[in-house]
Design a protein around this ligand. Structure first.
Ligand code: SF4
Length: 251
């Protein structure tokens, strides 16, 4: 029977970093969206370069990428050895001997014991609560409530997320300071260098994955990327804050 790569457990369809970041951070911050647009443009270029490289590897009769491709599918049958095979070569005639129709691994960071959430959302919520209380105090006193601090804080949150997205994509690591919004991995981090999950586990196939707890649910369901990794209040709180700012402006 002819083997078909996209039904094989070793097949690794590429998942662009921009989408992995979006999955974690949601789409509610303007500056983050701008950063992601720029990353997507860059990814498109990488995709073209990898397509050219693929032709060259074929021409040289090679069966593997030099490193894990960022924007191309590959065969992960030997990825634990650091070998990223060209599935187009391994299965050139559709009768690959390594074809295995078993389910692909689903080793997502969301269910892994090594995953650490940043403290950004909780800290932001505390700051917003304080700023909201201050703004609301002005109303009964007959003063004009200021919304400037809240607006400024929301912009800072967007800028911080945008900066983390750029660090993850362009540098691939975080030095000296753990990311505050992207989740990081204790198995890939040291005292001075932090590995972001979006970098370390691009295809939910991480060999270091360790179950956090039997039955721990995925916090991301795919239905609402805005919920991000951080369940509940952070996103809801930002929406509520924006709503409050608008209402205070109308007073
Ligand atoms: S990168 Fe691997 S070890 Fe680290 S949190 Fe994700 S699945 Fe776990």
């Amino acid at each position: 029977m002819a083997s078909i790569c996209d039904r094989c457990r070793h097949f690794r369809p590429f998942r662009p970093m921009s989408q992995r970041i979006l999955r974690e951070l949601g789409r509610f911050d303007q500056q983050l969206i701008s950063q992601l647009v720029s990353i997507i443009q860059d990814e498109r270029q990488v995709q073209d370069e990898e397509a050219t490289m693929l032709v060259e590897l074929f021409r040289r009769d090679l069966d593997r990428w030099d490193a894990r491709p960022a924007m191309s599918d590959y065969c992960g049958a030997r990825e634990v050895e650091g070998v990223f095979l060209l599935h187009e070569v391994a299965n050139r005639d559709g009768d690959c001997p390594g074809y295995d129709p078993g389910p692909r691994p689903s080793w997502s960071c969301h269910t892994c014991d090594h995953r650490v959430l940043g403290d950004g959302p909780a800290g932001d919520q505390k700051t917003m609560d304080e700023l909201k209380a201050l703004a609301l105090e002005a109303v009964p006193a007959g003063m004009n409530p200021s919304t400037q601090d809240m607006t400024g804080h929301l912009q800072l949150v967007g800028a911080s997320k945008s900066f983390e997205a750029a660090q993850a994509y362009y540098l691939g690591r975080f030095l000296f300071e753990q990311p505050r919004y992207l989740s990081s991995c204790t198995a890939g981090s040291t005292a001075v260098e932090y590995a972001a999950c979006v970098v370390r586990n691009p295809d939910d196939g991480c060999a270091d994955w360790t179950a956090a707890d039997a039955g721990v649910p995925e916090t991301w369901t795919g239905a609402d990327p805005g919920l991000s990794n951080h369940p509940g209040p952070a996103t809801a709180d930002r929406a509520e804050a924006r709503d409050l700012i608008e209402r205070l402006k109308r007073l």
